[in-house]
Design a protein around this ligand. Structure first.
Ligand SMILES: Nc1ncnc2c1ncn2[C@@H]1O[C@H](COP(=O)(O)OP(=O)(O)OP(=O)(O)O)[C@@H](O)[C@H]1O
Ligand SMILES: N[C@@H](CCO)C(=O)O
Length: 322
């Protein structure tokens, strides 16, 4: 997360007093992340995370995210739990923004995930997908094809100021994905942003997922495609097929992929790479210089996209036999 919205000491003290969680002892803004404002709160009972929802999160979607966390926790998936105030409300308002207090999840995120972390992720992601199957609410993925198209329009040619030629390259990829995008794969609740900074570990054991604010109903294999991008490339931009194999095999032990899901993986990986290339380019061009936030590099996702464009089959990701 980041800090886009400042909260005064008095506002925060009053806010915390409306919960039955003890007295506020300290709070600080968390600089990590790019989407929402997060504060780490300590009371004399426990730590909590206070989130103020910013630009990409629509307040009408918040009940979906917060209920999903409750649903997952009830199904045994470790994730933060929304805290209810004295009137039983989860969703509040603070400093003019929608806000919620959630429990603090123990663990740390892994800066350089190894094979063992990728395998843990595969298992946990498959369990998450199974647990989501009976979640009764629905939210479309607003960052799929139509969302990518409007992001490209919003760039109004400015992508070329980030990387020369980028605007046309994105438009070409979007036209390809428009013509070939998968439509009939198994769907369910997906996390849609499962980067290493959203997955906590205690030692080598995965301790939980955070940051459900892109969660939606979409193709479950698309979630794997996001993870292939976010977990299986090295800092020198090379693809680590051993990590991909570990992740996919662990996933399939819990939820085997169908033939069409396997066939669609290279296409889904291209779509996932384009999604983050677009949002990163957009953010680079539109982030307020005063916000306490470190924007992320779009070039990384352009390289990943080009890698997936060259992939011949899902076997290039380390699974299946010739
Ligand atoms: N429930 C939680 N328990 C412990 N730490 C948390 C929790 N939620 C958030 N954090 C901390 O805040 C940081 C940023 O959170 P988060 O990833 O949700 O932000 P974001 O703005 O949505 O970021 P991004 O979308 O870029 O991942 C995390 O890396 C973690 O340090
Ligand atoms: N995880 C995303 C930010 C949230 O959309 C990225 O690294 O670009």
């Amino acid at each position: 997360m980041a800090v886009y919205t400042d909260v005064s000491d008095q506002e925060l003290e009053d806010f915390i007093a409306s919960y039955d969680i003890g007295t506020l002892t300290s709070f600080k803004g968390i600089a990590e992340g790019v989407e929402n404002t997060n504060y780490l709160i300590h009371t004399d009972t426990s730590p909590f995370i206070l989130t103020l929802y910013e630009k990409r999160v629509r307040s009408e979607d918040l009940p979906y995210f917060l209920s999903l966390m409750e649903h997952l926790a009830a199904a045994g998936i470790t994730c933060p739990l929304p805290v209810r105030d004295r009137e039983g409300r989860i969703l509040r308002e603070l400093a003019g923004r929608p806000a919620a207090l959630i429990s603090f999840l123990e663990g740390v995120w892994i800066r350089r995930p190894g094979i063992v972390h990728c395998a843990e992720l595969g298992t946990a992601l498959a369990k998450f997908h199974l647990a989501g199957l009976d979640f009764p609410m629905h939210r479309d993925n607003d960052l799929s094809l139509p969302g990518w198209r409007s992001l490209l329009e919003d760039l109004r040619g400015a992508a070329d100021t980030v990387i020369p030629g980028l605007q046309d390259e994105i438009a070409g990829e979007l036209a390809f994905l428009d013509a070939h995008w998968a439509t009939d794969l198994p769907v369910g609740v997906i996390h849609a942003d499962l980067f290493p900074d959203n997955v906590f570990f205690l030692g080598e054991k995965l301790s939980g997922f955070i940051d459900f604010y892109f969660a939606c109903n979409d193709m479950m294999a698309y979630d794997l495609a996001v993870c292939l991008n976010a977990w299986c490339f090295e800092p020198d931009a090379s693809f680590n097929v051993t990590k991909a194999r570990a992740m996919l095999q662990a996933y399939e032990k819990v939820r085997p992929l169908t033939g069409p899901e396997l066939e669609a993986l290279p296409l889904l990986a291209r779509g996932a790479a384009l999604r983050f290339l677009l949002t990163r380019t957009y953010d680079l061009l539109n982030t307020d210089a005063n916000a306490l936030v470190k924007t992320k590099d779009p070039r990384e996702y352009l390289r990943k996209l080009r890698f997936h464009q060259r992939v011949q089959s899902y076997r290039d990701y380390g699974i299946g036999s010739d």
